[in-house]
Design a protein around this ligand. Structure first.
Ligand code: FAD
Length: 318
């Protein structure tokens, strides 16, 4: 079922969902299941599965030469989606990227989604490759998420690459895109970023999921400004409970977000990561309470591995 149908059926009730990251190559799927199992009690209508960019590895060759190879450390997004759908009878949302994929490869992936009964996809440009400062479009691939949305929309209408007319069955995807309450790092201004977000919606995006934020006011302001821009699709807040002392540096660095002073002060007082985890849970519960009061359509959690903290938050909220 499409995410938009889940939202419609919820009739204003806030839903619970989460995102998972595929394990590293060579690690089985059972640990993932162990983390998903306890969360199923809260009836997530959908689970997102991320896609990782490919990366360079260097192999030592005779004579001290190094050979550069490209590899994907966490493959299997679509396989995991199929496995989860089969095991839990829940909708899954594979993340589809511009980076690392030609348009043809994207088309084949969408065809696989159709065969698997996957109705929703999240269209993203993708992170820059490790070690690269700027995003470089893959040769023959999409440059921006808005281009990718257009391709997904066309494929759903049965209009394939290299054909001028629609020649396939209609199989319209429900398309999610990313939104940034604190602005995307590369956007020169918030207005510019909102204009680009509008472009994604105009090209066919059905809903938006936000980057994580720790200050709800930023989400409320973002929703207000997006509405003023004429963006009228649901905007789902993304929530990440802070879990380790290291997150104080890591989250701002990787996700280009700010942490509120009060939260930082609480975390630095902690003696160990167990205490940090507790602070993170309490902060996220307070955030979620306010988001519920404001009728957020879904509370969407970034699980990044262990889910015990998300379980505690869900137990308080649902
Ligand atoms: P875009 O919408 O293409 O925007 C990128 C930048 O270009 C922005 O600054 C925007 O303002 C600008 N821009 C957009 N369109 C145009 C245009 N037509 N002309 C000029 N400028 C333009 N990354 C992964 O690698 N894998 C994942 O699974 C993944 N999941 C994510 C899930 C969520 C909910 C979020 C919020 C992010 C996720 N990311 C993921 C990270 C994402 O790929 C990065 O933030 C990336 O840098 C931008 O992706 P985007 O889809 O927002 O790009």
């Amino acid at each position: 079922m499409k995410i938009t149908e889940h939202l419609y059926n919820a009739q204003g009730k806030t839903l619970f969902s989460f995102e998972i990251v595929p394990p590293e190559k060579g690690v089985g799927i059972n640990d993932l299941y162990k983390n998903i199992d306890p969360l199923m009690e809260f009836n997530p209508p959908f689970i997102d599965v991320t896609t990782s960019r490919e990366e360079y590895v260097f192999l030592e060759r005779e004579g001290g030469l190094m050979e550069r190879k490209v590899t994907r450390m966490r493959p299997g997004t679509l396989g995991i989606c199929a496995a989860i759908q089969h095991k839990y009878n829940v909708d899954t949302v594979p993340h589809v990227l511009c980076g690392g994929f030609t348009k043809e490869e994207t088309e084949y992936l969408l065809v696989d989604c159709m065969y698997l009964g996957i109705d929703n996809v999240m269209a993203l440009r993708g992170d820059t490759m490790k070690g690269e400062k700027y995003f470089t479009a893959t040769k023959g691939g999409n440059r921006y998420a808005s281009d990718l949305v257009k391709q997904i929309e066309n494929t759903g209408k049965g209009k394939y690459l290299h054909s001028d007319t629609a020649c396939g069955e209609e199989n319209k995807f429900c398309i999610g895109v990313a939104g940034y309450p604190e602005k995307h790092i590369e956007a020169p201004s918030m207005n510019y970023d909102l204009e680009m977000l509008k472009k994604k919606v105009d090209n066919g995006a059905d809903y938006i999921v936000t980057q994580m934020f720790f200050d709800n006011q930023k989400y409320f302001q973002f929703v207000k400004e997006a509405r003023e821009f004429g963006i009228d699709v649901p905007i789902i807040p993304g929530i990440k409970p802070i879990a380790t002392l290291k997150h104080l540096q890591l989250l701002p660095q990787v996700f280009k977000i700010d942490l509120p002073e009060t939260l930082v002060n609480e975390v630095v007082k902690c003696k160990n990561n167990q205490e940090v985890r507790k602070v993170g849970i309490e902060w996220a519960i307070a955030q979620c309470r306010e988001l519920l009061e404001h009728n957020a359509p879904v509370l969407h959690f970034y699980s990044m591995g262990k889910s015990d903290n998300i379980l505690k938050i869900a137990q308080e909220m649902f």
